[in-house]
Write a protein that binds this ligand. Structure first.
Ligand SMILES: Nc1nc2c(ncn2[C@@H]2O[C@H](COP(=O)(O)OP(=O)(O)OP(=O)(O)O)[C@@H](O)[C@H]2O)c(=O)[nH]1
Ligand SMILES: [Mg+2]
Length: 231
């Protein structure tokens, strides 16, 4: 089975080289979507590409958000022969060592979610308020939507190709955490099998956070929109 790991980047120069090496050393292909990072992440990637044939890069003109980056990445993957397609952050919050167990699970399931809020999962180094916001956000979303995914906002996911073929990618308009909830909810509504693989999520030690308060508000409204518009 051929796997592609899609990683959106914005100012990740401290992380990207080490991450690309670790993932391609594990035997996976990688697609990085960089939004013209002012810190030069895009140039680092161009250099790495010269000596790493498993690495592909898409450069976008400006910061256009994580959701649109993933949609572009999914479409890119579907034009090629990848069986499994993963989403992952660039900041080592998602440990690449989990990828192998995700792949194993994808022989039985259609979507694997790297889940913090299940037995065996957890979060390391997050301040108390962030833990509370994240846990409550997940509880809120899954209660209103009535589905069992315990970590709705997890950005670490592995999809079987057929899931992304079936979801109408042009119909997805949410961003940030909303996008991550929407992908899981649509997968669930289409009747696909979802596995929650426990992960220990480690707060980034390098680079800056890009999360904004707006994104949280957006997600609060989005959940209701999803509930009433997705059949
Ligand atoms: N291409 C692209 N990537 C983005 C954008 N915003 C965030 N990212 C990337 O998306 C991933 C997740 O963003 P983070 O800033 O780590 O968000 P977070 O994990 O919620 O917050 P922290 O870990 O606290 O920083 C990282 O790889 C970012 O570099 C964007 O607008 N465009
Ligand atoms: Mg992060």
């Amino acid at each position: 089975m051929k796997s592609l790991i899609i990683i959106p980047t914005y100012d990740e120069k401290e992380n990207i080289e080490k991450l690309v090496k670790q993932i391609t050393d594990l035997g996976f292909f990688i697609l990085v979507i960089d939004d013209n990072s002012p810190d030069g992440t895009g140039e680092i990637l161009e250099k790495l590409k010269l000596s790493n044939e498993r690495l592909s890069v898409i450069h976008r003109e400006k910061k256009l958000g994580l959701g649109t980056a993933y949609i572009q990445g999914f479409k890119w993957a579907l034009k090629r022969d990848f069986d499994y397609i993963f989403t992952m952050d660039a900041d080592f919050s998602h440990n690449p060592e989990y990828l192998r167990s995700f792949v194993e699970k994808l022989s039985e399931f259609d979507l694997v979610v790297g889940a913090r809020y299940v037995k065996g999962g957890g979060v390391v180094n997050w301040p108390f308020h962030r833990k509370i916001i994240s846990r409550c956000g997940s509880l809120y979303a899954r209660t209103i939507l009535g589905f069992q995914v315990k970590d709705c906002t997890s950005g670490f996911m592995g999809f079987r190709r057929k899931v992304l073929e079936k979801i109408d990618l042009d119909d997805i308009k949410s961003e940030g955490y909303g996008f991550l909830i929407e992908m899981k909810y649509r997968t669930f509504k289409l009747g696909f099998r979802i596995y929650q693989n426990p992960i220990i999520f480690v707060d980034r030690t390098a680079g800056k956070s890009k999360i904004s308060k707006n994104i949280i508000w957006e997600a609060i409204f989005l959940v209701w929109k999803l509930k009433f518009t997705i059949k």
